[in-house]
Write a protein that binds this ligand. Structure first.
Ligand code: GLV
Ligand code: MG
Length: 312
């Protein structure tokens, strides 16, 4: 909903446990497009309630620069969701951009959060619709319903794949989420990536891949991230600042692609505006309106990431 955060890149989405004052204090120093402060699975049950105030204080008092700032609340099948939303949104002030809802099963999960946010925003003196929503798809049911979920609220900004909970939900025979998942001939993530991407794009959402758990192996992360990047995903979760640095690279267009895309747009503009032709040769490639659309998506992505054209 927030136009500010909607327009920002999300190549790297850094997770920080909301129970740890030490990690919360360090999070703003990471080079990441997006930070989310977690109240869900990285926080022990007996720390859940106390973590709300720590998260809100970190949002209010630390300098988060321009990045998108989000809190992940607990899912609707726990006792904590409404308390998380009321306490954190009320206490955080306007710097909080989004709430992330995990384990979304159906559109009504999002509608319920939207309604709750509407009241909380009003009582907290925030502009109506200030808080955006991220929906995590991490169960078989959530995946089946992802199309209606992505269309459930104008507050939605991103749809996010949660591979660890998803692997558990579908009974995948794995004990971690690492690069080897992509090597198996029966890799179900191919279907998952395509389905989430289509549902997200059909509704104008950012589409984000989830965590990579072998945190010390940055080469393996680069390989795994390259797969969702090749589908067109916008970014991926980072569990450490070092992972974020790799992801900022993987999900940016290369300088060569960025420059080529700008050249294609120039050539297409000359063809249509000056020469009145719809299709034209660009080197040894034929380009037309569709090529210009592809090029434009690279330019938008590159510009969002702060890229500049190489001077000729
Ligand atoms: C993230 O929440 C995951 O379950 O992978
Ligand atoms: Mg999860």
């Amino acid at each position: 909903m927030s136009n500010r955060s909607r327009a920002l890149p999300r190549r790297s989405c850094l997770s920080t446990p909301g129970s740890s004052e030490r990690f919360l204090a360090k999070a703003p120093t990471a080079t990441t497009d997006f930070s989310f402060l977690d109240l869900e699975d990285s926080v022990a049950p007996n720390e859940k309630v106390a973590s709300r105030a720590k998260v809100a204080q970190a949002i209010r008092t630390l300098d988060w620069d321009e990045r998108v700032l989000c809190v992940r609340v607990n899912a609707w099948d726990t006792p904590w969701t409404y308390g998380d939303v009321i306490d954190v949104v009320t206490e955080s002030g306007p710097r909080l951009d989004e709430v992330m809802l995990p384990k979304v099963q159906q559109a009504s999960d999002i509608v319920a959060l939207d309604l709750l946010l509407t009241q909380v925003e009003r009582n907290a003196g925030l502009a109506p619709g200030h808080i955006g929503i991220e929906a995590q798809i991490e169960t078989a049911r959530g995946l089946i319903n992802v199309e209606e979920i992505c269309a459930a609220s104008p507050r939605l900004e991103s749809i996010v794949f949660g591979p660890a909970d998803f692997a558990a939900s579908i009974g995948m025979p794995v004990t971690t989420i690492d690069e080897t998942i992509h090597d198996t001939p029966s890799n179900p993530f191919i279907y998952v990536f395509a389905k989430i991407l289509m549902a997200g794009r059909a509704n104008g959402l950012h589409v984000i891949d989830g965590p990579f758990l072998k945190v010390r192996d940055l080469d393996a992360l680069r390989f795994a991230a390259g797969i969702s990047a090749s589908y067109g995903f916008d970014g991926k979760w980072a569990l450490t600042p070092d992972q974020a640095i790799v992801l900022n690279e993987v999900y940016s267009p290369s300088q060569t692609m960025f420059d080529k895309s700008l050249d294609i747009l120039d050539a297409y503009r000359v063809a249509t505006d000056k020469d009145h032709t719809g299709a034209v040769m660009f080197g040894d490639e034929m380009i037309d309106e569709a090529s210009a659309k592809i090029a434009n998506s690279f330019v938008v992505r590159g510009e969002r990431s702060g890229m500049k054209r190489t001077p000729k």
